[in-house]
Unconditional design. Structure first.
Lengths: 242, 334
């Protein structure tokens, strides 16, 4: 498998704070990788650099063979990276359907074609029956799935998910895990997720990257990473292994 | 073509629209001179309100300087007519690009350097003020002493030169308002419309959904400015005199935005309904106070303000969403 996303030694400094410190890893085509780590480890900053919100101070990000670091968010999206936000940001006054249509219009000029595609995406994410509802009036689990739906409607090759399970009940978590696994299996969608919910990480990820104080302290298969001493000390805590 | 126009409209909405159109088309046959001038004013505000609504209601960019585009349209067409005898329709072909260019310039400055929200609003006020002071000293348009179009008693309505009776202006504005309504509806249902609403709702989220927000905000400003300049051309040929102090004054810009706010920002019918409510209210207050013999200076403004306050407090989303529910129109949002 060739690497779809290749991150080579990227760093980001905010004034005195080194938020991300020479992080490198690769995500292969069709893979599901997770980034974990304590709060403030630099996970979201890492995502924002991939998504084009921040330009890295150093290093390179290569997506599908093309350098994408320094591009604007919309250009990154157009090249095939869809993202969700840690704190959900659907378009509140628009209906669920219109939210998803906005994403679908990225690669479609015709509104009718976009609507058809949006319906397909909404069915996948169990949102079809709620399509006429205003986004602002939805529950958190629904809004989280709406974020995923909007990103998915842009036809990404890579989906960046920033804590989509946070704040969800275990049954809701399992529901999203199931949806993501099906998507990955059926469409070959590559997924990179930030997640604190280890239940979801262990169920989904083939590979885990652990960040601590902005640096990559461990990387490997889930079963190996959770036994890593540095990871237990900095993040998981001893009881996680017990 | 007709099928596309009426797509998504319920039978009930279509009938009501048709009735309204017939009433408006027939109004001059029944209205007296005074009522006709009120109706002209209403249609004028309905039209410019619609144009302003593209920027604020659709794309979420608050302009408090739309008098600039009215003024540029008015002065361009009037100056071409006064100096070179060029008619208003040809003048419009010059006025629209000038207003669009002014809009593009302001938009570029603001959006390129990420001036947003209230700061953008202040920038739009500033440019309208530049124009007000600048035109005061522009000899070509007679500066602060005012630009006058030759007036005579017109027996015939000369549509080509916009010289004639008020009824001619009424129908020109009616056609313009209907065209603006249809055009805005088509825009809102297009790809551009979806992108505008996304930008209005959450610009950062819109950007990460792949939308080139700079580009679509520029499109909104340019269309809005060009549309507004047409109202300026009509203004010039209807009133026949232009003073920078009046045309570009900030109160003109505020007048433009009151209609859509009262009617419902971001709705298609809000600007039209808002114009009826506001101008209707203002005129009936004038008449009403006159009839009961109250002749205190400023009384009208006070009443007007109280009425506005009431409308905004009772119906913060505007009058139209409320009326729409009352009429049982189940057309999908917005």
């Amino acid at each position: 498998m060739s690497a779809l996303l290749k991150i080579e030694g990227i760093s980001k400094r905010f004034r005195g704070l080194l938020a991300v410190d020479k992080v490198s890893f690769e995500v292969p085509q069709g893979g599901i990788h997770a980034v974990i780590g304590p709060n403030g480890a630099g996970k979201t900053t890492l995502f924002n650099m991939i998504a084009g919100v921040h330009a890295p101070d150093g290093g390179a990000i290569t997506f599908a063979g093309e350098r994408i670091d320094g591009l604007a968010p919309n250009q990154v999206c157009q090249r095939g990276i869809g993202r969700t936000f840690q704190i959900v940001r659907p378009f509140p006054a628009l209906s669920v359907e219109d939210n998803v249509i906005v994403g679908a219009l990225m690669h479609r000029r015709d509104v009718t074609a976009a609507r058809a595609h949006a319906h397909e995406v909404m069915r996948r994410l169990d949102l079809y029956d709620k399509r006429a509802q205003r986004a602002a009036s939805m529950t958190l689990p629904d809004r989280k799935r709406l974020e995923v739906a909007r990103a998915l409607a842009t036809d990404p090759k890579l989906l960046l998910l920033d804590e989509v399970m946070a704040g969800l009940r275990p049954t809701e978590t399992d529901r999203i895990v199931g949806i993501l696994r099906d998507l990955n299996r059926d469409t070959g969608l590559t997924i990179l997720l930030i997640e604190h919910v280890m239940r979801a990480v262990m169920a989904l990820a083939q590979q885990i990257v652990v960040l601590h104080h902005g640096a990559n302290i461990a990387e490997g298969a889930p079963t190996d990473v959770v036994r890593d001493k540095a990871v237990i000390d900095s993040y998981l805590g001893a009881e996680a292994v017990a | 073509m007709l099928a596309r126009l009426t797509e998504g409209l319920s039978g009930r909405a279509l009938i009501l629209l048709a009735v309204l159109l017939v009433v408006l088309a027939a109004a001059p046959f029944f209205a007296g001179d005074y009522l006709l001038t009120v109706l002209i004013l209403i249609l004028y505000f309905a039209y410019v309100g619609q144009a302003w609504n593209i920027m604020m209601g659709f794309a979420g960019q608050l302009s408090l300087g739309h008098a600039l585009y009215v003024g540029l349209g008015a002065y361009t067409a009037a100056a071409l007519y006064v100096h070179y005898g060029i008619g208003p329709w040809i003048g419009l072909l010059v006025a629209m690009p000038i207003a669009a260019l002014a809009g593009a310039f302001i938009g570029y400055l603001a959006f390129r350097f990420k001036v947003g929200g209230v700061y953008f609003a202040i920038l739009t006020i500033a440019f309208a003020e530049f124009a007000r002071v600048g035109f005061d000293h522009l000899p070509f348009t007679k500066g602060s002493s005012g630009l006058f179009l030759p007036v005579a008693q017109f027996k015939h309505n000369d549509l080509w030169h916009l010289r004639g009776q008020p009824v001619m202006f009424y129908y020109v504005l009616l056609v313009a308002t209907v065209a603006a309504f249809i055009g805005c509806r088509a825009l809102l249902q297009s790809r551009i419309g979806y992108f505008w609403l996304a930008i209005r709702e959450d610009e950062e989220a819109a950007r990460s959904a792949g939308i080139d927000t700079f580009r679509y905000k520029m499109i909104a400003v340019v269309i809005s400015a060009a549309m507004t300049s047409f109202a300026g051309v009509i203004y010039a040929f209807y009133y026949n005199n232009l003073f920078p102090e009046q045309v570009f004054h900030i109160s003109r810009s505020i007048e433009i935005i009151l209609g859509p706010i009262v009617g419902g920002v971001g709705t298609l019918f809000g600007p039209i309904l808002g114009a009826f409510v506001l101008t209707g209210l203002a005129e009936s207050l004038t008449e009403g106070l006159h009839a009961i013999g109250i002749d205190i200076p400023g009384a009208k403004q006070v009443f007007y303000g109280i009425c506005l306050l009431f409308v905004i407090m009772a119906l913060p989303d505007g009058v139209w969403p409320w009326v729409k529910r009352r009429l049982g129109l189940s057309e999908r949002a917005p």
